[in-house]
Design a binder for this molecule. Structure first.
Ligand code: ADP
Ligand code: MG
Length: 376
């Protein structure tokens, strides 16, 4: 397919990745999360091609594209095409206004690093087509249909956080999102003189998707046990620290660790939101370290590379806190670092990481940014 070279778009949409400050694996347990969009994003260029059904999509990163017919949407053997097909399928279930279009996709967002390039891909496409064809979808529709697309066509039973953050974020804010009610609060964040520095471990262990589904099942098993005593409990969100403690002796040790982590992680999200409102950065940092401890020892979704970086950061007074972010088994760690010490910290971490794992660390700063928008 050669259309990208002489492609004059009608519409350009920027669709950001996201970080989650704290609240890992809490979204599918209907708890709390604290994400925000970041400046790294996927750029979509769209134009209508005035056909009824033909759509041409091209990913510049993959240097490959495909053509599809809107009346013949089915799952593909090519993984990334399913994100696109899934979104189109969900849109077609909601409206009959979609027609043929051409689209190029150019990404500055590393894939599979826990920055949610998948949600950026889904939501950017849905957002753009909504504008291009005046589909009348709300932002919340876009969030929900994108999540659904990932369930049905990609096969990842993701929660709603990634899509919500990619679409709904506001510059300079983090979102305190209640994944049960979808109520949310935009919380202004002022962390100067500190910066949010991501260290990309550059590993994404294969375990990620199978273990994700295992953790989800373990949480459900935990809920079923707790429910016998507390019938009102519908998810781990409804379980308090005192309640979970009652099951320490009777519940299988692994299930107990998983459930305790989720219960305490929900509590940490609320504490972090309050710490940010009060500008208590020390507390914010210590909650991140605490969260990583749980991610590593109780939920067991860390890996030697992430543990190494988090432990390494503890030697520095200039680092207030750190943890692995994302689904687990690699991806990036988030570090809260004093601006005067960023360079030294990154340099020394890079050297130590290279010695330990022979991998070139990649570091970048993130700033709370706006959700999906149209480029003028
Ligand atoms: P994450 O969301 O953390 O980046 P995922 O595994 O959920 O990781 O999603 C990554 C997948 O999304 C990629 O393997 C690819 O299929 C798809 N994807 C992301 N960005 C692009 C892009 N620019 N072009 C094509 N496919 C992409
Ligand atoms: Mg993803």
């Amino acid at each position: 397919m050669s259309f990208p070279e002489n492609f004059t778009p009608e519409l350009v949409v920027e669709s950001p990745g996201r970080i989650n400050l704290i609240g890992e694996h809490t979204d599918y347990n209907l708890g709390y999360v604290l994400p925000t969009a970041i400046e790294k994003k996927i750029t979509f260029k769209f134009k209508r091609n005035h056909t009824e059904k033909e759509c041409n999509l091209y990913s510049l990163g993959y240097n490959t594209g495909f053509t599809l017919q809107l009346d013949k949407i089915a799952r593909s053997n090519v993984e990334w095409e399913n994100y696109i097909l899934g979104v189109l399928n969900e849109i077609l279930l909601r409206t009959d206004k979609l027609r043929g279009f051409d689209c190029t996709i150019e990404s500055k967002l590393p894939m599979g690093s826990g920055l949610s390039s998948s949600a950026a891909l889904e939501c950017g496409l849905a957002f753009g087509l909504n504008e291009l064809f005046d589909l009348g979808l709300s932002k919340m529709d876009i969030v929900q249909l994108s999540q659904k697309a990932e369930h049905t066509f990609v096969g990842t039973q993701c929660g709603i956080m990634d899509q919500f953050a990619s679409v709904m974020s506001e510059k300079g804010h983090v979102i305190l999102l209640d994944c049960k009610s979808l109520e949310h609060q935009q919380i202004p964040i002022h962390i100067a003189p500190y910066k949010m520095i991501m260290l990309n471990t550059k590993v994404s262990h294969n375990l990620a998707s199978s273990e994700y589904n295992t953790r989800k099942r373990e949480c459900e098993e935990g809920v079923a046990i707790i429910k016998k005593k507390y019938p009102e409990v519908m998810s781990l969100r409804d379980v308090t620290a005192t309640m979970i403690q009652e099951f320490e002796e009777t519940m299988d040790a692994t299930l107990f660790k998983r459930c305790s982590f989720i219960v305490s992680e929900n509590d940490r999200v609320l504490k972090t939101a309050n710490a940010l409102k009060a500008n208590d950065l020390k507390l914010f940092g210590s909650l991140l370290y605490e969260a990583h401890e749980g991610i590593s020892k109780l939920y067991e979704v860390s890996c030697p590379e992430s543990d190494f970086l988090v432990d390494f950061s503890k030697q520095y007074n200039a680092v207030l806190g750190a943890r692995q972010t994302g689904g687990g088994f690699g991806g990036c760690t988030l570090n809260i670092v004093h601006k005067d010490k960023v360079n030294a910290f990154v340099e020394e971490a890079t050297k130590a990481y290279k010695e330990a794992f022979n991998i070139e660390l990649e570091a970048f700063e993130v700033q709370p940014s706006a959700g999906t928008y149209i480029q003028n």
